[in-house]
Design a protein around this ligand. Sequence first.
Ligand code: SF4
Length: 224
Amino acid sequence: MKLLKMHCLTIEEACLKLLSNKLDRFSVEDSRREILEELRKKVESCRKCPLWRTRKNPVFGEGPVDAEIMLIGLGPGYHENIEGRPFVGAAGKFLDKLLKLAGLDRSEVYITNVMKCYLPENKASEDEIEACTPYLDKQIEVIQPRIIVALGNVATEYLFKKFGLKRQSMGKIHGKIYRVSSLILQAEIIPMYHPASALRNPPLRSVLMEDWRRLGEHLREKSR
Ligand code: SF4
């Protein structure tokens, strides 16, 4: 009887522990959501650089607040500016195919950009990047992704500088895995060509597709 009681208590304790873990998880998720919503509001009214003048809708980013994988591009283009969502134009359609090659779905990953407002000339100045990247830093800090895929040169340069990695040409580093460990993050950074670059330069298409296939293999190995 005593044994049975002990057994019951253990199960009870285990149930309580499970419940409290679950509640912890929910409260962590809730606070992540809250912080990101506050940040989104700040972006919506941000005038820290001149790009606010040409934005229709800022593009904050989207995806699960606890996503293991975060994709970071350069900034909103014409379609993104209209819809207020990242990667919705032709490059976005290609990105969906690349995600599929890695065995991923858009709904599983968090997608954002270095710059949150429309880039009429598809580039940002150093000052604009400096003004905007505190938002990205906070997103990374809150979401704590295990893998960050840097899409294109600007995102790669920013992340390499942030984590003290030696920058080399995209031709040398694309698809490679760089492990970073800091007080705020332990993750792998994987630089890739930007999907839009393959639309402008078709030979890059197969390079990108191969990199994403290999990313899929890496994810499968990690989950074993
Ligand atoms: S691009 Fe960034 S820093 Fe510039 S106005 Fe938009 S949110 Fe603010």
